[in-house]
Design a protein around this ligand. Structure first.
Ligand SMILES: Cc1ncc(COP(=O)(O)O)c(C=O)c1O
Length: 376
């Protein structure tokens, strides 16, 4: 099995699992309990919070644990409009993850003003376009980097163009891979998740800048300083901090390794597969993602590319895992101006620091054979 779908999820790091185990076995206290077992769990949760905060240049009070990126995005958008009443309008980028697009659409149905920020053919948002939404009663939600193409957005420039808007960035694909510095980016809200960086699934966090009067979207308990009700999953929180620490500590060398592999894949694909379009630019892109599509896709059955790769034991994706399996074209490639057929037949390779050059060579060979066969 060759796993090249690390943007969808990653393997749990063994060392992370080791740090989690005591909190699943003997240390099972509730972090809200006042007796010793509870206090021990509370110390672990607060240590993890401080660690994650420090890794993104934030204050521990600015970090609220959630069940992952989907919940963080939903909660931030919905609370900003409804529970916290901070804004009347939500403006989201056209290539955001569905966990941003769907709550924004729901808020529009509920009567909040709604607008979409377009991207150019390279999948980049324009700060000039963002300037139109510079208004203190607007929440602007633009992802730090895209999960399908790996394109990194100019968040600092967008912030400079719209200084009075509330700014949220979905940093699920960037946290632990490239620097996510809340002060430098100038963001008010951010979303991060553990399972993209070899941490456990089901845990993520929201960064909420100090001073923002944030009211919980999920209610029913006073946990997380009244910002997110629910018993804290101590083992997952400890695992999140362990994965984040290990990712940030080794960020430079892991990024260099992944970028080398992705550049190797880019070269090999361009030389061995005719009529291919690379949707991931060399500059302003994450080190671990390569997205390609086929301009002659109308003559191909796009879905079968992934199935034929799977039969050969190679896991790749055609974009967001949430829409895989359905025949929906990628909304990201469509927003970049690709045809529906091309947007359906894309292939995304996403590496991890454990990926080898042999993995890449085997995958590219398989893809070249499959494309030759499909093209008859
Ligand atoms: C950019 C982005 N945002 C949000 C999510 C959802 O995160 P989670 O799986 O932690 O709910 C993902 C996961 O695919 C993602 O890539």
């Amino acid at each position: 099995m060759i796993y090249l779908d690390n943007s969808a999820t990653t393997a749990l790091d063994e060392a992370v699992l080791e740090e989690m185990l005591p909190w699943l076995r003997s240390e099972y206290g509730n972090a809200s309990s006042i007796y010793a077992m509870g206090r021990t769990a509370r110390v672990a949760v607060e240590r993890a919070r401080s660690e994650i905060a420090a890794l993104m240049n934030a204050h521990p009070a600015e970090i609220t644990f959630t069940s992952g990126g989907t919940e963080s995005n939903n909660s931030i958008l919905t609370s900003a409009c409804r529970e916290s009443g901070l804004v009347d309008r939500v403006v989201v980028g056209s290539i955001e993850h569905h966990a941003v697009l769907a709550p924004a659409e729901e808020l529009a149905r509920q009567g909040f003003a709604h607008a979409i920020l377009p991207v150019d053919a390279h999948g980049r948002y324009s700060p000039e376009e963002a300037r139109r939404y510079d208004d203190p009663r607007t929440l602007l939600s633009v992802m730090h980097a895209n999960n399908e193409t790996g394109v990194i957005q100019a968040i600092e420039e967008i912030r400079a163009a719209a200084p009075s808007a509330l700014l949220h960035t979905d940093a699920v694909q960037t946290f632990g891979k490239i620097s996510v510095d809340a002060q430098q980016l100038g963001i008010d809200f951010a979303t991060i998740s553990a399972h993209k960086i070899h941490g456990p699934k089901g845990i993520g966090a929201m960064f909420i800048r100090k001073g923002i009067d944030y009211k919980a979207h999920q209610v029913g308990g006073g946990q997380e300083r009244n910002r997110r009700a629910g018993t804290e999953p101590v083992a997952l929180i400890v695992g999140f901090a362990a994965a984040a620490r290990r990712s940030v500590e080794c960020m430079q060398e892991r990024a260099a390794h992944m970028r080398q592999l992705i550049e190797h894949a880019r070269q090999s694909i361009s030389t061995t597969i005719p009529n291919v379009r690379v949707n991931t630019p060399e500059a302003h892109s994450l080190p671990h993602i390569l997205n390609i599509s086929f301009p002659d896709a109308a003559q191909l059955d796009g879905e079968s590319i992934l199935q034929l790769m799977d039969i050969r034991g190679i896991a790749v994706s055609n974009g967001s895992a949430c829409v895989s399996g359905s025949l929906q074209p990628s909304h990201v490639l469509s927003a970049m101006g690709r045809s529906a057929a091309e947007s359906r037949a894309a292939v995304r390779l996403s590496a991890s620091w454990t990926t080898t050059r042999t993995d890449i060579d085997t995958a590219v060979d398989a893809l070249a054979t499959i494309m030759r066969d499909l093209r008859g």
